[in-house]
Design a protein. Sequence first.
Lengths: 462, 223
Amino acid sequence: MLNMKIPWSGLRSTSTKLSLQFALLYSVLVALMFFGAYRLSIYEIRDRTFDQMRADAQTLMGVYADHGADRLTEHVKALQTVNFENSRIFLLLDGNGRTVSGNILEIDLAAVTGDDVQFIPVDDIEIDGDLEDEVTGYWLTQTRIGPFEFIQGTGDHVGSEVVEALGVALFIGSVLAIAAGLLAGVWVGKITEKRIVDISNTLDRVSTGDLQARIPISNGASDDLSRVSESVNATLGRLETLLETQQQISNDIAHDLRTPLQRLRQRLERLESQSQPDPSEAGSALAEVEDIITTFNALLRIAQVEAGDQRARFEKVDLDTVAETVFEVFEPSAENQSQVLRLTRSPSAALVLGDRALLLQLASNLIENALRHCPAGTTIDVTVDAGDEHATLIIADDGPGIPVKDHERVFRRFFRGDKSRSSSGHGLGLSMVRAIAALHEADVELSDNEPGLKVRIAFRRL
Amino acid sequence: MRVLIVEDDAETAEYISSSLNALGHTYEVASDGKQAFLQALDSDFDVMIVDRMLPKLDGLALVKSIRSADVKTPIIFLSAMNGLHDRIDGLEAGADDYLVKPFAFSELSARLMALTRRPPMQSEPTTLKVADLEVNLIAHTVTRGGQEIAVQPREYRLLVHLMRNEGRVVTRTMLLEAVWDFHFDPKTNVVETHISRLRQKIDKPFIKDLIHTVRGFGYSLHA
């Protein structure tokens, strides 16, 4: 599963397929739209033709009413002369049905009866003069003007040039639009595909063990793909940290438990070889086991805190009561070592959201650290303060302090400054402090107390 | 006392049972949760030791079942799980105490004693008395042989805890948990320091010591 290769060739990619589908849909829509426009324009031109015929008939009725039959005949003749190649045809019949004027030689009058415009195929009419090649029939109307019957028609070829030109324009337009749609579809598909290939390649690299691989994110783009990429990257980052922690733990265990395990083994071997087991040897062996368990527990606890799953159980904790408890626990020990432990409570409530047990441990570790590294006569100040945004816990001593260059290193596991590894403590106290602070999203700041060390933990105040 | 040991690891069960036997206690062993449930209902025990991870019915479910069957026998959890909240989960399920493996038998036996001899207090007493030492729980005063002793609040709390467990061994860890709610081991020997302070006031001016160190176990207050 891990090494599965996904074929990203051509049409098999989802994005390309999708873009092509959209381009096709787009093409069909454009073609339909343009076909509709073509049909509409044909009807529009026909309507105009009919309007003109009606207007001409009205004019002739007016002429007859105002000036009589002779002027009507003249007008019909005039209409014929402005006619070009029989695009329009006319017939004026008198009351007896005889032709007065017109270029229609023969027509089946019964077919033209009625108010509506009628279409007569060109073969059913005989017309004086040549006809346009394109004409297939005429749209005819019949109007009664006094005793006369006026029949007029317009060839169906009229306006066809305009429609044809429009058709060509629409066709070219459709082709261009469809081509553009297809190209855009394929182009978008290619871009998307490339980004998906990036994501897939990155995950492939991760699956083969390269945890530092990240999906390249083009700046500026904030679409769904870049959001997905960002959250994948964030997940990878978290995973990398977790694995590093895990690795660190195994290294730490190997590092710090090997020596005591070796000593334990020696003691047990010695006990085994003794005919009369020496109780003090057994006691030392047990002490060694105790030591191993303590270190082991401390390491596991740090790991658990770093994994951060107890945030769900956070509750309101008063930093003052935490400091008071810890002060109470350690004050006699400080006095025994001729050190002064002082507590300054916060003037206003220093409430934070956290895990009380862990905060107790954080404060204890810091105080124990100060107690252990400061000589007799030093003063260790425990101060709780509450500002607008932060509640802070400060442990400050006037002991030897830590060189500024070591301020970051002290938080590493097993770091013990210049002291030899045989000194008390496991070098895990400050690692735990940092882990607990990180869990609480608190800032840890080490500074020179001039003289001494000042550790300031700033929590978000409730 | 009669102990039910619920533990699927034969070697651990044998370690606990032989150690209990040496102290003169009787025991039964159950190696899975279902069997343990039946045994718990079937006969009376003074205390049960329950491993958290068990075949068939896990420890947490077992304790819940025992409690819903209205069996009130004290239960102590043994667990290889050192999760920060595993202890709380265990106590919420109905256990009375929680001990993380690996443990020393001294720690287990001290905790067993503390559980079994917890007196069924009908009403909270107003005074605690061991020999001529007396604590007034209302006035928060300490007297020995009629002579008032000024103690600090922390010394008072420690003393009250020791007196409530009169005659029983209380380990360092038990004191850290009960008096200060510390569920971790400080490296500094704070408990020893506090005990020694208390001794200065309670025992030193008097002829007979009441606070005793039980080597390898902890402390015990008795006449």
